[in-house]
Structure formats: structure tokens, C-alpha cells
Ligand binder design. Structure first.
Ligand SMILES: NC(=O)c1ccc[n+]([C@@H]2O[C@H](COP(=O)([O-])OP(=O)(O)OC[C@H]3O[C@@H](n4cnc5c(N)ncnc54)[C@H](O)[C@@H]3O)[C@@H](O)[C@H]2O)c1
Length: 387
């Protein structure tokens, strides 16, 4: 019978209060002033060492309305990323454009000596990711990718447990999940020319990052991928969610993806992600090893919050035991604050990117391979060039 040991203290990360040097202000520009840009702006406005100097959006008047909504005065508005960067007034930018333009914006900023916080997914193809990494290397600037779940205390504990050796040699991982009714409202996510990748790039990238970051981002060797769009292409699905039936016509991406991924080190990654499904959850994330296995209860684990206590299963002295970790005490600051703060600190101190492209290029290579494999209807080999 499994024995439970629950007398561990709630673990804590990032509880200290940081002293922020306000002598030098970082001049920030925001490229793409849609939905997620609001979260970036709100956090930047909490930072005493930031000056918001610019914004850009392809839609005329959108950047100005965005700043007006938050009472930001004095920021210059531009019609696209090039105009904003060419103005030469930004030390760093947040790139909050839809997926299709991540690469061109990031490369242009880096080539002009501007630090970049790039929203997830990094981009839409492995070739784009390689081009971004080359621009980053040539520039010597900070480029970090916007995976805020990494800063979640429970997510950090997953990595700590793996690092402790309690699992032994890891050989099998199951991850993913998704939403029962969760095709995003914004059309830019649904269209092939703006979103490019659907559930896979939108939330699948988080699930991949959770487990790959925990185990040190081994490289993928082969991927057998599957994608479908049964819900997105169904007018009734949209109507039942209060949207017009015409959304089915513009829907051009995956609403479900699954993959069987072989990783270096003889590890199998079994993955699935859904924007929509007739199911509460397709299962918990599990990491299986020769000495122990870890269960990360699902629900929203693709999004940085776990659905219950982490459970570690082991056999000790001939007895099957299960250690249930108490949920982490909340960080002093939320994950989004920590994502923005860690970027600013790296810019100021010349440190390393908090979420480095050396890792996220692997995440992108898997997304790319899932789509390629699904298109070809067969397993594909994955090869990531040296940068
Ligand atoms: N980290 C998170 O929690 C999170 C949450 C939501 C979205 N995102 C990511 O953020 C990105 C944007 O999502 P969103 O919901 O804000 O989309 P959105 O469609 O609301 O906004 C994107 C904006 O970018 C603008 N744009 C596109 N190319 C541009 C360019 N070259 N120059 C200037 N403006 C340009 C568009 O006109 C649009 O207004 C997506 O890649 C998405 O995956 C991240």
C-alpha cells in the first residue's frame, strides 16, 4: 500500500525583495499592441527603472489607443516594427506580434542593437529559429523568450525533483493537455497567415517547455506527429461558443496535435495538446524513471499552474511509497512580473537571457517537426544546426 508523507513545509522561491537601481532607465518599445501587449505594459509600468518610449502596430491608431488606455503619455507611435526600431530610441523591445511576424521583428531589432523579449512561441519554423539565433549571436544582445510558467514555484520544484536524482534514469514522459472549449477568441490565432501554428504553437510549446526544461532540454531525434482541425472547421462549434459561424471558414491551423518524440538519451516523449475536445483532460503529465516516477496533475499544467500536489512514487525498503509535495507558497511576484523583471535585469547587468534560445530552439524544432510529420504522414528525423 502506498504510504503518504505530508510533513514537508510548503516550499518557497523568489520571496526576497529586490532593490532596483533606478539611476539608469531602460527605454522600452512595444511592438504589436494587441492582447498580450497589455500584460507587458502593465508589468513595465510597475518597474521603477523603465521608461515606455514607443509602440508600434500595423493597425492604424491601435498603438495610440493602447497607450491612452493605460494613461501613458509621451510614447511615440509607429506603423510597424521597422519604423520603431529605425527611430533609434529604444534600448529594448517586447515583441508581442502574432506568431507569423515574430522572426522578422526579432531579427530586425537584434540587427539594430536592441535587446529583445520575444513572446512565445519563438517563431513558426525551425529555419526561422535558426535565423533568429544567428542574429542574436552576431548582435551580442539579450534575447529571451516569453515562457512565464518557468517562473512558477511548482514548475521549479519539478526541475528540482528531477535534479535531485530521485527519478533515476528517465525513460518515458507523457505531457500535454489542453482545454475542452478553448479555441482563442482573437482571429490572429486562427488564421494560417498570422497564427501559422494553432494549439501546438500556442499552448503545446508550454507543455514541451515544462518537461524539457526539467530534464535539461535533450535534443529530439525523430518525431511522428499528427494534427487535426475538426472543431475549428465546424461552424456549430463557433456558434455554440457565441461566435459567428464564419470563423470556421477562416480557421487555418491545428486545434489538436499529438506526437511520439524520441529524445537523445533513450527518452520517449508522448505528447498531445488540444484547444478543443470532448474530454476534461487527456491525462496528467508523468515523468517515469528507473528509481521513481513523478505525477504532475494536469488541468492547466500546460499553462504554468498544476492541478494538485506533485506526487513522487518510489519503492523503498520493499515498500511502495508516494511522497506528496505540498503546493508551493505563491511567489512574492506573479510569473509575468518575474518574466519581465528577469529580462530587464539581464539587459542591465549584461547577464544571460533568462529563457535562452539555446533551449527554445529545441522546442521550436519539435513544433516544426510535428507539423512536417503530420503533413507528410510519416515519422521525420530532426536535425538542429549548430549556431
Ligand atoms: N505569454 C503569454 O501568456 C501569451 C498570452 C497570449 C498570447 N501570447 C503570444 O503573444 C503573441 C500575440 O498574441 P496577441 O493575443 O496579443 O495577438 P493579437 O492579434 O491581439 O496582437 C498582435 C498584434 O501585433 C500586430 N503586429 C503584427 N505584426 C506587426 C509588425 N510587424 N509590427 C507591428 N505590429 C505588428 C498586429 O497588428 C496585432 O495588433 C502571440 O504570438 C501569442 O502566442 C503570449
Amino acid at each position: 500500500m502506498a504510504k503518504k508523507c505530508a510533513d514537508l513545509d510548503a516550499f518557497k522561491f523568489d520571496q526576497s525583495e529586490q532593490t532596483i537601481d533606478t539611476n539608469k532607465k531602460i527605454r522600452i518599445g512595444i511592438i504589436g499592441t494587441g492582447g498580450i501587449a497589455e500584460a507587458h505594459l502593465q508589468k513595465y509600468l510597475e518597474m521603477p527603472d523603465v521608461e515606455i518610449v514607443a509602440g508600434a502596430d500595423l493597425v492604424e491608431g491601435k498603438a495610440a489607443a493602447f497607450f491612452e488606455k493605460y494613461g501613458v503619455t509621451g510614447a511615440k507611435c509607429f506603423k510597424d516594427h521597422k519604423e520603431l526600431i529605425d527611430a533609434g530610441i529604444c534600448d529594448a523591445v517586447s515583441i508581442c506580434t502574432y506568431n507569423a511576424t515574430h522572426a522578422e521583428c526579432a531579427i530586425y531589432a537584434l540587427e539594430h542593437g536592441v535587446h529583445v523579449l520575444l513572446e512565445k512561441p519563438m517563431c513558426v519554423t525551425l529555419n526561422e529559429a535558426v535565423a533568429i539565433c544567428k542574429a542574436e549571436k552576431a548582435s551580442g544582445k539579450i534575447l529571451t523568450i516569453g515562457f512565464q510558467p518557468r517562473f512558477d514555484a511548482n514548475m521549479k520544484m519539478v526541475k528540482e525533483i528531477v535534479k535531485s536524482g530521485a527519478l533515476g534514469k528517465i525513460y518515458y514522459i507523457q505531457t500535454g493537455g489542453g482545454r475542452r472549449h478553448g479555441i482563442p477568441g482573437r482571429e490572429s490565432f486562427l488564421k494560417a497567415d498570422t497564427g501559422v501554428t494553432g494549439a501546438m504553437g500556442d499552448i503545446g510549446c508550454y507543455s514541451l517547455d515544462m518537461v524539457l526544461n526539467a530534464i535539461g532540454y535533450p535534443k529530439p531525434l525523430t518525431v511522428s506527429g499528427y494534427t487535426s482541425d475538426y472543431f475549428g472547421k465546424d461552424p456549430d462549434y463557433h456558434v455554440s461558443g457565441g461566435y459567428p459561424a464564419e470563423r470556421a471558414e477562416i480557421f487555418g491551423v491545428d486545434d489538436f496535435s499529438a506526437a511520439f518524440i524520441r529524445l537523445e538519451g533513450d527518452i520517449i516523449l508522448d505528447f498531445r495538446i488540444a484547444w478543443a475536445m470532448h474530454l476534461d483532460t487527456p491525462g496528467d503529465t508523468i515523468i517515469m524513471g528507473t528509481k521513481g516516477s513523478l505525477r504532475i496533475p494536469s488541468t492547466e499544467c500546460w499553462n504554468g499552474s498544476i492541478g494538485g500536489p506533485l506526487k513522487l512514487y518510489q519503492r523503498v525498503a520493499g515498500t511502495d511509497v508516494c511522497i506528496e509535495f505540498p503546493m508551493a507558497a505563491p511567489n512574492k511576484h506573479d510569473n509575468f512580473y518575474l518574466k519581465i523583471r528577469s529580462f530587464l535585469d539581464a539587459v542591465k547587468n549584461g547577464g544571460k537571457a533568462p529563457v535562452p534560445t539555446s533551449e527554445i530552439i529545441i522546442n521550436q524544432a519539435i513544433i516544426d517537426a510535428v507539423h512536417t510529420s503530420a503533413r507528410l504522414g510519416r515519422e521525420v528525423e530532426v536535425s538542429i544546426p549548430e549556431i
